[in-house]
Write a protein that binds this ligand. Structure first.
Ligand code: GLN
Length: 404
């Protein structure tokens, strides 16, 4: 809705909505709308291929669809327990023990949330007091900026090195007496970096020395390539009671619209997270929680197949981008290629708009992943059908400035 201005020379009546906005600022004024979601709307308006927002355009596994339908038919249609249905928490505890090597008591240490987005927000609200500092590696997934603003955190952005590895000196310098938490995202969005055990151990030691909590977003844990191995920082010695591990069904099982995620943490942290979660959302959708139990029953071959599928998609998009002059490397994990667009001579936002309008392909401007900077970057997702990616690459060959 458009806000009305009083017009030239007129003052707003004392009780007009305009007067309210000018005298009562809001935390919502401190950040912008999601650029990723905005690019999706722009893509729809221009009938463009959406390589902006990271969600699949292919179906989720049949087993999940069948389980969701069954759950609705079986009348699993009322609230689940606020912190998650018991069968789902029990299945998650088993899976996390097997895959991530961590033990969580389903009764006291697991909270099922509305996606990893809510898990992150609830975690930050649970441990941050206004003015506390939170270390955020940059570039970062764009939600973390508003999450910090909403929770009142003062973010301290620490640039990753040029190859996206951890710059140890910068990390050491970022910790102060006020540092309450750090945010880790591995495999990383947007860079594709998979943090190594050495890097995570270095960060873990800093957290222990400074009595700091690690909030780790591991939503892409099953999407890794070339022998890279996903490691949960919470599995490292001394991190058991100071880590909140966030995961989700969205990316692993191609159900981003279901909004089922989770936060894993020791009892004391979980007590706080559960209270925040309860009053934020009450709970994640009950029938879909039931269907997520079926997801966790898929055989091990499912996860291997997922990584193989995404590896092929990664190669298709990478070759297409290279062909038309984008500077990029193959990502180690997740499903994005973070490109350098310096050679095209346009800013990230201008180029993103140009691509949607003239080529019919949407990407995310790099500046969405930085508090300052990123104007020479553009992020493309390859979480799409092969044919979608092939068509997108064909369209990219038509852009002005293409070196094809
Ligand atoms: N994580 C996905 C991305 O980075 C989707 C973000 C979202 O809109 N929730 O594109």
């Amino acid at each position: 809705m458009q806000r009305k201005s009083a017009g030239k020379g007129k003052t707003l009546p004392a009780h007009s909505p305009g007067a309210f906005f000018s005298t009562h600022p809001s935390r919502a004024d401190t950040f912008t709308e999601s650029v990723i979601r905005e690019m999706t709307r722009l893509a729809l308006n221009h009938n463009a291929i959406n390589l902006a927002q990271g969600f699949p355009d292919f179906p989720c596994p049949m087993e999940l669809k069948a389980a969701a339908c069954e759950a609705v038919k079986d009348d699993i249609n009322q609230y689940a327990i606020t912190w998650g249905a018991k069968d789902l928490r029990e299945a998650l505890a088993k899976r996390v023990k097997k895959f991530n090597g961590m033990d969580f008591n389903p009764e006291t240490e697991i909270t099922v949330t509305c996606g990893s987005t809510e898990a992150m927000m609830a975690s930050m609200l649970a441990i941050i007091q206004p003015g506390d500092e939170v270390v955020v590696p940059e570039p970062f997934y764009e939600n973390y900026g508003p999450d910090a603003q909403i929770s009142g955190a003062a973010p301290r952005f620490v640039p990753l090195a040029d190859d996206f590895s951890i710059d140890e000196e910068a990390w050491k310098a970022a910790f102060t007496k006020k540092t309450r938490a750090i945010i880790i995202n591995t495999p990383n969005n947007p860079t594709g970096k998979v943090f190594t055990k050495k890097e995570l151990s270095f960060i873990a030691d800093l957290c222990i020395d400074h009595n700091t909590v690690a909030i780790t977003d591991e939503i892409y844990e099953h999407i890794v390539y070339d022998g890279h191995k996903h490691i949960s920082i919470g599995s490292l010695p001394g991190m058991e009671d100071r880590t909140i591990t966030i995961g989700s069904f969205s990316k692993t099982y191609s159900v981003t619209g279901w909004r089922v995620g989770y936060a894993l943490a020791d009892t004391a942290l979980t007590d706080r997270i559960r209270k925040i979660h309860d009053f934020l959302t009450v709970g994640a959708p009950a029938p879909l929680q039931r269907a997520c139990v079926a997801a966790l029953e898929l055989p091990e071959s499912y996860y291997k197949g997922l990584a193989v599928e995404y590896d092929r998609k990664r190669q298709i998009l990478y070759k297409g981008l290279k062909k038309v002059g984008f500077a990029c490397d193959l990502p180690e994990g997740a499903y994005y290629i973070f490109t350098d667009i310096s050679s095209f001579g346009m800013s990230d936002t201008a180029f993103a708009r140009h691509l949607v309008e003239t080529a019919g392909v949407a990407a995310v401007p790099g500046s969405s992943f930085y508090h300052t900077g990123g104007e020479t970057k553009l992020r493309f997702t390859f979480s799409k059908k092969d044919e979608t990616l092939i068509e997108a690459c064909r369209r990219l060959e038509t852009i002005d400035g293409s070196r094809a």
